[in-house]
Design a protein around this ligand. Sequence first.
Ligand SMILES: *Cc1c(COP(=O)(O)O)cnc(C)c1O
Length: 227
Amino acid sequence: MEKIVENLYRIKEKVAAAQAVSGYNEEIELIAASKNQPPESLLMLASEGSVTVFGENKVQEYMTKKDTGLTFDIIGRLQTNKVKYVVGNVRLIQSVDRFELLQEIEKKAEKRGIIQSVLMEVNSGGEENKGGVLPENIRSFAELFLDCPHVKLEGIMAVAPIADENTLRRLFENVREKFELLKTDLSGIKYLSMGMSEDYETAIKCGSNMVRLGRALFGENSRSIIK
Ligand SMILES: *Cc1c(COP(=O)(O)O)cnc(C)c1O
């Protein structure tokens, strides 16, 4: 447990150092990617005050943790038949990557009489085995949101391949550029969720304002068995 707090403070220093050379001065939000972590770890981390939102991959696991009263985002692939369990209950669904999912969120949000905030998931490296909208399709996918008044698009969540620093920089900078364009096209775009334990410093240098950290916070053994 103390280890997690130690990790948190080391991460905060690295985040500040990366931001200092980034040329951007937006506030950077640290999300704890809390898959496989027990609720007690989440509560302990929350009590430190620097992390206020927890990202869960699986709806089933989220359901076992929601009684903590903490704030959650969904960051993993979301099946349409699970949408009903999260709409109206999570802050952001970060992984909206296909029309079918967008439509289902719209339907359930309308039924509940709420507006659900979401991010568009972008497959920054164009990897075939990953979900996410391709960078060149960001704009056309964003247009689909215009017909969904109960879904509010608030930004982009980017997933990146395992790659060297230069490749990552190129991919992240491309996403940041697309993010800027989206901001000029639509109001309410503010989050660029980009960077995980391996690459968050690079992502921040390229303009990320939200990083999702699992292993860097909770330790190596938290490596996901659930994708
Ligand atoms: C697990 C996960 C993370 C965190 O990964 P780490 O490499 O452990 O920091 C971030 N985003 C998503 C979508 C994840 O599934």
